[in-house]
Design a protein around this ligand. Structure first.
Ligand SMILES: [Zn+2]
Length: 167
């Protein structure tokens, strides 16, 4: 008999086996990352059909959705700072402009940082209007990197002023 005690499935950690359900399915007591415990069917755990409590799964979907509109921005940054064959590499990576290493390893973290920065700037988590705003991502110190503390959303006009100031 398969023992899945202590196994981790998504956000679940398996605690112990409990009584079978009326269809004789093996059932396990599992605890979600948030601390909530539930009983789940073994087959659903093993085949990945359940990965955490509904609240946590919904929250992580929302967070993911929130970061998605910044995918292109993040990909462009990674391209011009880290890919030598990128047409704009010479003005970025080639000049020593880099990206916070954690963000290179996990671009999702970069996107979520931008979501929070967006919230600070515009006052809403809604990205529906992203792209309609004339705000673009800008480095505060032009000689420095894409990293926490050196980024902001500015209008194009401010950005031109900023880049002249640092020349
Ligand atoms: Zn949870």
């Amino acid at each position: 008999m398969m023992d899945i005690t202590d196994n981790i499935y998504g956000l679940w950690t398996v605690l112990e086996e409990v009584e079978r359900d009326k269809n004789n399915n093996r059932m396990w007591l599992v605890v979600c990352e948030c601390g909530d415990s539930h009983v789940r069917r073994q087959s659903n755990l093993v085949n990945g059909h359940t990965q955490g409590c509904f609240r946590c799964i919904n929250a992580s979907r929302r967070t993911y959705e929130r970061g998605k509109p910044f995918s292109v921005t993040v990909m462009n940054c990674l391209g011009r700072c880290t890919k030598k064959n990128n047409p704009r590499y010479k003005d970025y990576g080639g000049r020593g402009i880099s990206i916070c290493p954690e963000w290179i390893d996990a671009p999702g973290e970069f996107r979520l940082y931008l979501v929070e920065l967006w919230y600070e700037t515009v006052g809403t988590h809604s990205l529906k209007r992203y792209g309609q705003h004339d705000l673009t991502l800008d480095r505060i110190d032009n000689e420095s990197h894409y990293e926490p503390g050196n980024l902001r959303f500015t209008t194009m006009a401010e950005q031109v002023y900023n880049s002249r100031r640092y020349k």
